[in-house]
Design a protein around this ligand. Structure first.
Ligand SMILES: Cc1ncc(COP(=O)(O)O)c(C=O)c1O
Length: 354
């Protein structure tokens, strides 16, 4: 059984897929990595990861970075110019959780689009395209899509909707960025390779420290021309490293061993969502398209989280004031799900009866 220790008790930690511990085999891959000076492009493991990562994401070239936030911020910096406008769903990570980075690092005006399950339509994009000859308005230049969409509950963009957004960007000369921190979850849910989704975009972010189970690491991918700029951006952000093959080895290991198993996380989330709904909790099992289950716990969310914690289950808050989320990942087993299916209704239905 699982997962992390809290106050000396074993707990089922469903707060996030970022909490995974590197497996013994991943640690072995890390320990035996060949390394060199990454800034000089002399780290063979990083070079191999960038080569494979580009292919994996359907792009010409990829650049290894410490975090997905840095990947997003570099992408926006190289796609726009100060004074340009960026369109993004209003609860996207770029909008809510990157400290206003697009304004700080790139001088971008960010416009939040009202999404449905984290998605928006070509019409919404077209409605925000501004007159580029105007001396008053910030011209719209970049559209960023998040897939899967974190705060919507790990929701997935259907392929035809992604294609339609990309086509709209092409038609209107807009750059298209994909925050694919959880792109492997999205691709798994759609039954396609990540490259099928990534290839249409100008830039793509992939994170290794979420469902892929690495301690850290991310990629930005795009055309070779854009990746020259991304490498400069990486240095500007202080992300150019040295013997980073130590970390890239974990990412290569994950590409070999942790991609196919993402489907198990999804099956466990589905089982959890269906079980909680059957137990009478306010859960829409259809929402659990990937590895997130959203539970509406009512107005006193803090009390619900405490009560769950007493029962040994950790969940986290979401942008929706009465909703918590339970996230499945590498360190959550089938047994953990069965245990959670007993503990969560016990904890929450007791609260409801009070
Ligand atoms: C959709 C999305 N993008 C980007 C990030 C940023 O990842 P990192 O914490 O590696 O910077 C996250 C992290 O939760 C995320 O959910």
């Amino acid at each position: 059984m699982t997962t992390s220790k809290l106050q000396n008790e074993l707990v089922i930690d469903l707060r996030s897929d970022t909490l995974t511990q590197p497996t013994a085999a991943m640690r072995e891959a890390i320990a035996s990595a060949s390394v060199g000076d990454e800034q000089k492009r002399e780290d063979p493991t990083v070079n191999e990861l960038e080569r494979r990562g580009a292919e994996f994401l359907g792009q010409e070239e990829a650049v290894f970075l410490p975090t997905a936030t840095m990947a997003n911020q570099i992408a926006l910096q190289i796609l726009g110019r100060p004074g340009d406008a960026l369109l993004v769903e209003r609860h996207a990570h770029i909008m809510l959780s990157e400290l206003g980075g697009p304004a700080v690092h790139s001088g971008l005006l960010t416009i939040g689009l009202q999404g449905t399950s984290g998605r928006f339509s070509p019409d919404q994009v077209v409605a925000e395209i501004r007159d580029r000859t105007s001396v008053h308005v910030a011209p719209t230049r970049i559209v960023a899509v998040e897939n899967t969409h974190n705060s919507a509950g790990g929701r997935v963009w259907p392929l035809d909707e992604i294609d339609a957004i990309v086509a709209t960007c092409r038609e209107h000369d807009l750059a298209a960025h994909l925050d694919g921190a959880r792109l492997v979850n999205a691709a798994t849910a759609c039954g396609v390779e990540p490259a099928r989704i990534g290839r249409g975009f100008d830039t793509v972010t992939l994170c290794f420290s979420k469902g892929l189970g690495c301690p850290l690491g991310a990629l930005i991918a795009g055309s070779s021309e854009l990746m020259v700029k991304a490498r400069r951006g990486k240095h500007f952000f202080g992300g150019a490293m040295r013997q980073a093959g130590i970390v890239a080895a974990a990412a290569l290991y994950a590409l070999d061993h942790h991609v196919d198993r993402i489907a198990d996380d999804h099956a466990r989330a589905r089982r959890l969502g269906e079980g909680l709904a059957a137990a009478g909790l306010s859960v829409d099992p259809g929402q659990a398209e990937t590895n997130f289950v959203q539970i509406d716990v009512g107005p006193d969310r803090a009390a619900a989280i405490d009560r769950l914690k007493e029962r040994g289950v950790l969940v986290s808050t979401t942008v929706h004031p009465s909703v918590v989320r339970a996230v499945t990942h590498l360190d959550i087993s089938d047994d953990d799900i069965e245990t959670a299916l007993e503990a969560i209704p016990d904890a929450l239905l007791v609260l409801e009866r009070r």
